[in-house]
Design a protein around this ligand. Structure first.
Ligand code: MG
Length: 338
């Protein structure tokens, strides 16, 4: 770990084909840093540092500053210390063999993918297209338009679903208690797999409110923004959260530690993309293939959100087979964003 390691950083900006409308406001482009590290023995690891500020954690500027302070040839031990505070670095170190913890071993041959639907009426057309491609789970962004409009659209979306297909709803914390209750009443006994982040995690009393809603309604709830940081994840495991944990491996500082805790608790987990390039995407998928618990469709149906940049973003497919994940070459994404 005392040997110098070569580190090359490649900041990127990828515009979305259409700005994403979320409860946090419009989002026009994804920004992040790719990194390529070469260990003293020549082993190469790629990583992606792409925090989302609305999710908390460190900002991209802070991550950039921390990496720049290391210089182009830091010692392995210096990188490992830095990896304790930055998302995305540990996986690159693991692939290059600098971190002695090996990348995760896969436990399954394929995973199903959930399609991501845009907010509002545009969801109808996209859902039709995704069902034609073979997707059987889709996630719709809600909490963006007036509640009566969205509830009317919910009926139209559910009417399109073939038997066995499921819809997920993601409110990104947009609702108060009354709005959440209205939605959970509407969702009961419908083909809705779960309702994600109904309440803003930093609002007053959010924890008790989320636990109360989970206990009072038959609909499964999922936490996403509430578990943006790993100590939040531990806290919610400690509270015995009965619903789903949405886990974005790219945003985790120490994915192996977080996965071990979730697995030990027997948690219900949905793996999700953080709208990253093929480098972080591939590493996130590795965790879904290595998950020992129930296999729920992964939130990796995002490829077509980006304009252009062939090679840098993964294809949009309703299932990933392990053989196809293995064929993904991080060097291609690295070169595509040169
Ligand atoms: Mg979410």
């Amino acid at each position: 770990m005392d040997a110098p390691v070569e580190v090359v950083l490649r900041p990127y900006r990828l515009p979305f084909r259409t700005p994403l409308r979320t409860a946090h406001g419009p989002w026009t482009e994804r920004e992040g840093i790719l990194l390529r590290i070469v260990a003293a023995d020549g082993r190469v690891g790629y990583g992606e540092i792409a925090p989302i500020e609305a999710f908390g954690g460190r900002s991209l500027a802070e991550c950039t500053a921390a990496l720049s302070r290391l210089g182009p040839t830091p010692k392995g031990a210096e990188l490992m210390a830095c990896a304790d505070t930055l998302p995305g670095l540990r996986t690159a170190l693991s692939e290059a063999g600098v971190d002695p913890v090996a990348p995760p071993a896969r436990l399954r041959d394929h995973v199903a993918v959930a399609a991501l639907l845009p907010a509002g009426r545009a969801a109808l057309g996209v859902l039709r297209e995704r069902l034609d491609l073979g997707f059987r789970v889709a996630k719709w962004k809600v909490g963006v338009d007036p509640i009566a409009d969205e509830l009317a659209l919910l009926d139209d979306l559910l009417a399109l679903l073939p038997g066995g297909a499921r819809l997920r709803l993601d409110a990104n914390g947009a609702w108060d208690r009354r709005q959440a209750e209205r939605w959970l009443d509407a969702a009961a006994e419908r083909p809705i797999e779960y309702v994600e982040q109904p309440i803003e995690p930093r609002s007053r009393g959010a924890e008790d409110l989320l636990l109360g809603l989970a206990a009072d309604y038959p609909v499964t709830l999922a936490l996403d923004e509430s578990i943006a940081e790993e100590n939040d994840l531990d806290a919610w495991l400690g509270r015995g959260w009965p619903g789903v944990f949405v886990v974005k491996p790219t945003l985790l500082v120490n994915p192996p530690r977080a996965m071990a805790r979730l697995a030990k608790a027997g948690a219900s987990v949905v793996f999700s993309s953080a709208l990253e390039t093929a480098i972080g995407f591939r590493q996130g998928l590795h965790w879904a293939f290595a998950w020992p618990g129930e296999a729920r469709a992964v939130g990796f149906g995002v490829g077509s959100l980006f304009a252009g940049s062939a090679g840098a973003v993964p294809p949009l497919v309703p299932f990933w087979r392990w053989a196809d994940v293995e064929r993904m070459n991080p060097e291609e994404a690295w070169n595509a964003l040169r």
